[in-house]
Design a protein around this ligand. Structure first.
Ligand SMILES: [Zn+2]
Ligand SMILES: [Zn+2]
Length: 310
């Protein structure tokens, strides 16, 4: 007998939740990194897969090693590949610690990896692209922790002005009149590691189209462990699902010992099939692959139909 090759670890999870791709890796305590290519952002950088390099921003939820271990490497690789300095976003409470880590690497390497660092307070936001902002909010974990929500800011002409000629509207605007209503559409929320609490019931989180949430524990007798580690348990998840208005909830940070088929069964039992059907497990490769194949087949049929129409 010859020794077995090592297990094929480290395959990235992937979900297409139009218009977003949610891709990355996440196992509790080992590594979490979630990349949303359409938004140019990664959430956390437990390790740095090649596909995460293209993101311009990396928003860190907290300083635990499984969320930050690949951060310096990410900056260094981006630089090495000529992609320019990465922009790190973190909680203002850990800004100096993140800088200290980066300085440590600079000293070790005898070279200066460039990076930008933006430290955010609770409720503060930065621009990701045109009218799309990244907003931070405090969460509750064993270290200072933040969640993020990506918000699109839209303007809509006030109702009583609709139908007026452009000329007239321009005139009113020049006079300084407010002719539009401002509204915001929460697109995607990321919780990082956290206990359940009021921060999950914020409108911008509860109503985000896609929620990427941790849920570390599924075993019925692990509620106490969840509390001690300040993590979510499936019971918390089910309560939240009842009031969350998202189209999709992506569960990450599941412990390695959790059997995903078993976790799915439990979720179906506790939440009911209908609520549970909007929940995806990022690392359930087989289920997600089948779902993607179906999406691809649907897209192919649609294209065929459209080309037949011409
Ligand atoms: Zn973690
Ligand atoms: Zn943590």
């Amino acid at each position: 007998m010859i020794p077995k090759p090592p297990p094929r670890d480290g395959a990235l999870g992937f979900l297409y939740l139009p218009p977003f791709r949610v891709q990355g890796y996440s196992v509790a305590g080992e590594a979490t990194t979630i990349n949303i290519p359409e938004m140019d952002v990664c959430f956390d950088m437990g390790f740095s897969p090649r596909s995460a390099l293209a993101a311009k921003f990396c928003a860190i939820s907290h300083g635990h090693m499984d969320h930050i271990g690949g951060l310096a490497y990410w900056c260094s690789q981006r630089n090495f590949q000529g992609m320019g300095p990465g922009t790190l976003v973190c909680d203002a409470r850990i800004e100096s610690d993140v800088r200290g880590m980066m300085t440590g690497f600079q000293n070790l390497e005898r070279q200066k990896t460039p990076y930008e660092l933006i430290a955010l307070e609770h409720e503060q936001e930065i621009q990701l692209k045109n009218n799309i902002m990244l907003r931070a909010f405090h969460t509750e974990h064993t270290a200072p922790s933040m969640g993020y929500v990506i918000v699109e800011k839209r303007t809509k002409l006030k109702e009583h002005l609709q139908g007026l000629p452009q000329e007239k509207l321009r005139e009113m605007k020049m006079r300084g009149e407010d002719i539009v209503n401002h509204l915001e559409v929460p697109l995607l929320a990321y919780t990082g590691d956290t206990l359940p609490g009021a921060h999950l019931l914020r409108d911008d989180v509860r109503k985000a189209q896609v929620i990427v949430s941790e849920c570390t524990f599924f075993e019925p007798d692990h509620t106490e462990r969840a509390k001690i580690g300040m993590h979510m348990h499936v019971n918390d998840l089910v309560e939240w699902l009842k009031v969350a208005e998202c189209e999709h909830m992506v569960i990450v940070h599941i412990s390695r010992r959790t059997h995903l088929g078993q976790a799915r069964k439990q979720l179906n039992q506790l939440a009911g099939k209908e609520l549970a059907s909007k929940v995806h497990f990022l690392m359930d490769h087989r289920t997600n692959r089948a779902r993607y194949d179906e999406q691809a087949e649907e897209a192919r049929l649609l294209e065929e139909e459209l080309s037949n129409r011409d």
